[in-house]
Each structure stands twice: as C-alpha cells, then as structure tokens.
Design a protein around this ligand. Sequence first.
Ligand SMILES: Cc1cc2nc3c(=O)[nH]c(=O)nc-3n(C[C@H](O)[C@H](O)[C@H](O)COP(=O)(O)O)c2cc1C
Length: 350
Amino acid sequence: MAVVHENPELFESRKADHIRLSLEDRMQATGASGLDQIELVHEAFPELDFADVTLESSLFSKTIRSPMFVSSMTAGHAGSVNLNLVLATVSEKRNWAMGVGSQRRQLTDPAADAEWTKIRKACSRVRFFGNIGLAQLIRSKVEEIRRLADTLEAEAMFVHANPLQECMQPEGTPQFAGGLKALERLVKELGLPVIVKETGCGFSEPTLRRLNGIGVAAVDVSGLGGTHWGRIEGGRSKAGDPLQRAAETFRDWGVSTVESLLTAKRLETDYDVWASGGVRTGLDAAKLLAMGASMVGLAKPLIEAALEGEEALDARMALLEYELKTAMFCTGSKDLKELQEKIVWRQARK
Ligand SMILES: Cc1cc2nc3c(=O)[nH]c(=O)nc-3n(C[C@H](O)[C@H](O)[C@H](O)COP(=O)(O)O)c2cc1C
C-alpha cells in the first residue's frame, strides 16, 4: 500500500488555493480558541528588570531562544521555495524552530527534495521539524519517512492528523484506519522525536489518552480558534457544491486550543504538550505557556508576514517576542519556568 502519485497540476493549484484562502478572515474560527476567557494576573511589583526576562528554554536537550515556533505550512510547490526561504532565514536569525509543511510530494517525486536541499544550504543552523500526514504515514515505510527528515536534517518529525480537512477536500484521503499502529511503529523505528499535531481542530480527552504511553515526544494540540481547514477546503468548492455546504455545516468543528491544552495537562501525559491554533499575539502565547504548553506555534500570522518579505516577518517575530516578554515581566516571571510555576493565569472575570 504505497502513497498514490498525485496529478502535479492539481497539487500546485491546491497549494496555491490554501495560501490564498488562509489569509481571508472568514477562514478563521476567531473567538473560539478560549484564549479570550483566560487572563494573566498583573503584578505591580515584579522585582525584576525587563532586561532580565528571558525566553530561553530547552528543546530536545538543547537550548532554544524562543518557545514560539513557525507552525508547519506549505511545501513542495512552485510558490513554496521562496516563502520557505524567507521563513527559514528569519527563523534562523531569531533562533526560532520551524516546522515545514507537509512533505507528501517528496514521497512520490524525489525532485521535490531540491527545495529543502537549497534552503538547508542557505540556512545551515535553523532547527527544522519535518512533516507528514497520518494518511500518508499509514501508507509509507519508516525508511521513506526517515528520508524526508534527512533531506531537511530535521531534528524531529511532525505527524499531522486532519480528518475533517480530508473529508472536505474534493481530492481528500480520509483513510486513517491503522493510524495509531503506524504512529507507534514510527516512534519505535525513526530514531528522531515524533510530535503529533492537529491542523486546527484540536484533541479530545480520549485521543490524548490513546497517545499516552506510546513514546511520542510531544503533542501540539493545534486546536479550534484560528485557521480552520474545514472552511478552507469548503472555500475551494463552488457555491452550492455539496462539499461547500458540508464545510458550512462543520465550520465550527473542533476542540478549542485552550480546552485541548488544559485536558492534556490534567491527564499528566508522558509527552510534552505544545499549543497552537489561533495564537495571534505574544500575550496569547504567554497564556498558553502559563497554562503549561512547552512550545507555542503560529501559522497564519507568520505566512501573512512572510509573504511581505523578510523585513516584515522579522518585525512580526520581534513584536511577538516583545509582547511575550511584557506579559512575563508584568506577571513577575523572569523565565518560562516561573511563568508556569507561579500559576499566573485565571478564568477571565469579564
Ligand atoms: C497556508 C497553511 C498551510 C498549512 N499546511 C500545513 C501542513 O502542510 N501540515 C500541517 O501539519 N499543518 C499545516 N497547516 C496548519 C498549521 O500548522 C496550524 O496547525 C493551523 O494553521 C493552526 O494555526 P494558526 O491558527 O496559527 O494558523 C497549514 C497552515 C497554513 C496557514
């Protein structure tokens, strides 16, 4: 059972549609992340200087300068090389880790490796996470996935689960039978940390429980509240098309980012919990870190800035860092450990 070779033209147009549509406000499940219901508690006497606040933490036994990372986005098509070069260049400069978009194309077209060989040459120090969909993982050998990681010199591999998106995509592959088994095999044999993520619909308690004890390094909850892939796939269909109508029915489907994160923390899982889905400011990131996320990812705001170029992306990342540090300073937290241990968050009283 191998991954099916996809029509290259269809692949190109789908990827271009995804970028174009992801920038539209109606594709965002704004207000559903749960972040508006969380507030950090102000500390008028932080007993710190702002300059002492540090975002440094540890990731896979190495120091990382920012707990924020570029969430997996696009790869493998005509428009992605330049965009990924901008994302990688600025991530390297600011020492953010970067998840790359689905490497599915490389499974059937080795020429697609060139994108990453080129970017890796230009950005030798950036910390990359590879990416493959669960539906493709089920149909691949572990050596094939290892090859994807090797082309990037990736330090971890994301496996994304996106059942709603596959149902709403005209050319979707909603074939997830055997997913947990394929994941367990990957974890055992890959030789790199494996991180499981959603793409904006989050994780329920039973799923978080099933992922416990199988050796995944982290789960990035990628919950409801930001980019919504049911809406985006629906946006690719013509008005009145059954899939467009179905996507409308499922426009708010998912478990919120905050609920997914708090559930995972309550379960005291053996994997680290990362958070993404609707993170738009450094304050959003601070709330998720305070609630126990060890890393926080952003997709839409960073692709939007990257499309404007390196300078715009650098400015956006600098702003995110400044906002996060401000939240830490104003809660009296000099580092991420204190932000988590002091319990500086509560349900909003508004
Ligand atoms: C243009 C675009 C392409 C994406 N492609 C992928 C992908 O290939 N693999 C993946 O795991 N997630 C992909 N995502 C999902 C993001 O990684 C993230 O989980 C989701 O967009 C929620 O984050 P956000 O609200 O900050 O956008 C993509 C997101 C965007 C905006």
